[in-house]
Design a binder for this molecule. Structure first.
Ligand SMILES: N[C@@H](CCC(=O)N[C@@H](CS)C(=O)NCC(=O)O)C(=O)O
Length: 253
């Protein structure tokens, strides 16, 4: 099998959930770091998407181009040797949890970008090291504006977003009822939900070595405290299930 190329933003939960699936299946892939904004022209060329938004993660393999984290995760079930992440018997339930997790991540993105807009220093550590010190505040501001425009974040009601996240987390708490996995077996539902909690408070794990600025940008303190039990569940799941293959980090950027 030729080696898939995984283009990803190392710190992004959307990238991490696809990477988790690749690593679950112990797929030998090469990760290439995507730098938001600056990496867009090359990404467009590679994906042949010349209009509308382009996002990462993207997986390129044997002439196929997968442009969505869930599509990539599904593809890993075809390539890998691990237990299936989308078992046919649980297709509908997995899809339901992935939608719930994606809703939590989208609402959380609005909150984290608004935190970055209030304190641009939070993103400094996320800028490529080649950006010289005097230009870092300018790039950080450009980055926040770019994300706000691209995802239409200024049209969002942040209180509404908090309420969406709380509703989702309450449902997960009820569904988990102290169990290790959402469904009888470990599936992509667990990965999607565990990774969405990065944006409540990031996991402490070597695959996501976020610095203090990014950790603060991703932390929603009130909800993190209220749903500490879900974060404990997530930390255990990472400790037990997240292999180190494909470890990310700013060094890759
Ligand atoms: N549907 C896509 C959404 C991915 C997504 O929102 N990616 C964001 C993650 S922050 C991204 O590419 N951001 C960088 C950019 O927009 O330039 C997926 O699940 O793969």
């Amino acid at each position: 099998m030729s080696r898939p190329l995984f283009v990803a933003a190392w710190f992004s939960p959307w990238s991490e959930r696809a990477r988790f699936a690749l690593d679950h299946h112990r797929i030998d892939y090469r990760e290439e770091a995507y730098v938001p904004m600056l990496g867009e022209p090359l990404l467009r060329l590679r994906t042949r998407v010349f209009r509308g938004p382009v996002t990462v993660p993207v997986l390129l393999h044997d002439g196929h181009v997968f442009r969505d984290s869930v599509e990539i995760a599904r593809y890993t079930d075809r390539l890998g040797k691990g237990t299936p992440l989308f078992p046919a018997s649980a297709e509908a339930e997995v899809t339901r949890y992935v939608e719930l997790a994606t809703g939590i991540m989208e609402a959380s993105r609005a909150l984290s970008v608004s935190r970055m807009a209030r304190d641009e220093r939070l993103q400094f550590e996320n800028l490529p090291p080649s950006v010289p010190a005097p230009l870092r505040p300018v790039f950080a501001r450009m980055g926040t504006r770019f994300m706000t425009r691209k995802y239409r974040l200024d049209a969002r009601d942040l209180e509404q977003d908090r309420a969406t996240i709380r509703r989702g987390l309450e449902r997960l708490r009820t569904d988990l009822r102290g169990r290790d996995t959402l469904l009888p077996d470990f599936t992509f539902a667990d990965i999607a939900v565990a990774v969405s909690l990065t944006m409540l408070r990031p996991v402490e794990h070597p695959v996501l070595p976020l610095g203090p600025g990014m950790r603060a940008a991703f932390t929603e303190p009130g909800l993190a405290e209220e749903f500490g039990d879900l974060l404990t569940w997530r930390d255990k799941l990472y400790a037990e299930r997240r292999s180190m293959q494909g470890a990310a980090g700013p060094a890759a950027a």
